[in-house]
Design a protein around this ligand. Structure first.
Ligand SMILES: [Zn+2]
Length: 188
């Protein structure tokens, strides 16, 4: 009798209905299942590190927005950037660029070839524009000076259509004129 009672536990307490037994059993099964599930799902709980996302490719729209934002902070002028050492095109170790007003209050950057007063403007693809603008923005004085020393002309004045050969020794050394240096807060 005692053995029988023990045997019947836990789902045969006095006058336990079949339904109550079923409920109790399913509760036990549920707890077992959830335990099993926990064990099984443990590897998933510590997932492998997510694969590094590829560098996001900027859309043209984003590129031009970035270029426009940088151009907004740069003065109109001619600038030069050194070519990469492995660049073989052209006969100068520099690229010349012109930042000029465009569509009202906007600015645009183009590459220029030829000599002062007879430059040919060459439109650039967005990535080239960005690289040129970044290079100029990184060191405005150096970019302006490189152009000025190469052409003996103040690039800021030249971009405004003013003829401005660098004559003062300090201007020659700086690569741009005194007034433009003051205007743009550059060393002279
Ligand atoms: Zn000037």
């Amino acid at each position: 009798m005692t053995a029988m009672a023990t045997y019947n536990r836990p789902w045969n307490r006095s006058a336990t209905s079949t339904r109550e037994v079923a409920t109790e059993q399913s509760a036990i099964l549920r707890s077992m299942r959830s335990h099993t599930a926990t064990v099984v799902s443990r590897p998933a709980a510590t997932p492998a590190p997510a694969p590094k996302p590829a560098a996001p490719v900027k859309s043209k729209r984003e590129l031009f927005a970035e270029i426009d934002a940088m151009l907004a902070g740069l003065p109109t002028g001619f600038y030069a950037q050194p070519k990469r050492e492995d660049a073989t095109n052209g006969n100068r170790p520099f690229y010349f660029f012109k930042i000029h007003p465009f569509r009202g209050d906007k600015k645009r950057i183009v590459m220029v070839t030829g000599g002062v007063g007879a430059f040919t403007e060459i439109p650039m693809k967005a990535l080239w524009q960005l690289r040129a603008v970044q290079g100029i923005a990184r060191d405005l004085a150096a970019a302006a000076a490189l152009f000025g020393k190469e052409t003996s002309t103040c690039g800021f004045c030249a971009a405004k259509g003013r003829r401005s050969p660098l004559t003062h020794p300090r201007s020659v050394a700086a690569g741009y004129g005194k007034d433009c240096a003051e205007l743009h807060g550059l060393p002279w």
